[in-house]
Design a protein around this ligand. Structure first.
Ligand code: SF4
Length: 401
């Protein structure tokens, strides 16, 4: 939608953006070759000041970009743990009525006190595998140090949801099992996702066959390029969820169209500074940026979350099924037939989610519920604990049970 003013934005989206990603640090020290900020220390040492940070948060509220339903992230392309005053940043976050997610490559374990912790809603550690060999290929860090840092970080954030985001490459498939075991032993949620070519300009080169043969050959040995191909196949050619529902802000307070470009290229995708520029002009450019038109036409935009292909659905379905069975086994008088029915229903609800809550899948689900007499309490448990979008799905389900 080509919005042209703040007023229009506020009318159409009274709950603000779905997600805001705000770099409090302007660089990253990891060497990830498929990330736009990997191997780029040209902005080393750039951090946001506390004063500027607070001023930007105030603007986000004033414009209605941030509301209680917005997911807020103090990172985009920069590594937040490198901020020398991270604790102060978090304290400001809390004081100004925000909560944030904290994603880190665990190169540094920051000192966070009780007040700082109040701002953190969710912690995510990102891993390129679970061995020194995998780390040598991507992040370039010492694996032993990472393990020590994860344990230290877990102690700091002990009462906060804590995920390991494990990026799947071809070379680390055999390390998935041991990584999952480590997570289970350390009370960490294990979240698998495919590593992708993150830089949209590289993706454009891929689409237009401009990547030199030898380079493409190397890429094809590391990434699962079929994930990108599938994404391109189903991408909406007239919509991008990043453009429409996400706000990306760099360490200077400039609004970018998204986080998918290198620092070098960034000047071409800025829409204006949130502190100093006219907000209507920023909105207009963000919602009609020429680079987005090129990206969408090439099939590189991102659809609604249901269409994001970076999550291996088969894995999550199996994992959910396993944990449902494990949960049931704790009850000594469980009924095998009932359990099997509940699992069938769980899979059907997940298909319904995947198919954009379509009527076709809804009808199948309703027939199952009717046929199997699954009690409402059980259905609620399935929706809230074993589906991909618990809140949305349960809300929708309530209309039919
Ligand atoms: S259309 Fe492409 S460039 Fe524009 S916001 Fe979406 S992903 Fe980024």
């Amino acid at each position: 939608m080509e919005l042209t003013t703040l007023k229009e934005f506020q009318k159409i989206y009274p709950t603000g953006f779905d997600s805001i990603s705000f770099d409090v640090v302007g660089y990253c020290v990891a060497k990830c070759k498929y990330c736009p900020s990997g191997n780029d220390l040209s902005h080393a040492g750039s951090f946001i000041s506390e004063v500027k940070y607070a001023a930007i948060l105030a603007k986000l509220k004033k414009y209605g970009f941030y509301t209680k339903s917005t997911g807020f992230h103090i990172y985009g392309l920069g590594e937040p743990s490198l901020h020398p005053k991270l604790n102060e940043i978090l304290k400001i976050t809390h004081k100004m009525g925000f909560t944030t997610n904290y994603s880190t490559n665990i190169i540094r374990v920051p000192k966070i006190d009780k007040e700082g912790l109040k701002a953190v809603k969710h912690v995510i550690i990102s891993m390129p595998g679970f061995s020194q060999e995998s780390y040598d290929k991507i992040h370039g860090f010492k694996f032993d140090l990472m393990i020590k840092n994860i344990k230290k970080l877990k102690k700091i954030f002990k009462n906060i949801p804590f995920d390991m985001s494990y990026h799947i490459y071809q070379f680390n498939l055999h390390e998935i099992e041991i990584a999952k075991k480590f997570c289970d032993e350390n009370n960490i949620r294990f979240a698998l996702n495919y590593a992708v070519m993150f830089d949209k300009n590289r993706c454009l080169d891929y689409v237009h066959n401009r990547i030199p043969y030898d380079e493409l050959k190397n890429i094809s040995k590391e990434l699962l390029l079929s994930v990108l191909d599938n994404q391109i196949k189903i991408a909406p050619k007239n919509y991008c969820d990043f453009q429409e529902r996400y706000l990306s802000i760099n360490v200077d307070g400039d609004i970018r169209i998204c986080n998918s470009y290198t620092k070098n290229y960034e000047k071409n995708i800025l829409c204006g500074n949130i502190l100093t520029d006219d907000i209507d002009k920023i909105i207009k450019l963000k919602f009609s940026h020429p680079k987005c038109k090129v990206c969408k036409a090439a099939g590189l935009s991102i659809g609604k979350i249901y269409d994001c292909k970076v999550y291996p659905d088969f894995y999550y379905s199996l994992m959910k099924e396993n944990s449902y069975i494990n949960e049931a086994l704790k009850n000594s008088n469980f009924n095998k037939n009932k359990l099997s029915n509940e699992i069938k229903l769980m899979h059907q609800i997940r298909v319904w989610e995947k198919e954009h809550y379509s009527n076709k899948e809804l009808n199948k689900m309703r027939s199952l519920i009717k046929l199997m007499h699954v009690p409402t309490k059980k259905i609620e448990n399935i929706a809230k604990k074993y589906c991909r979008f618990p809140e949305v799905t349960w809300k929708k389900l309530l209309k039919y049970i």
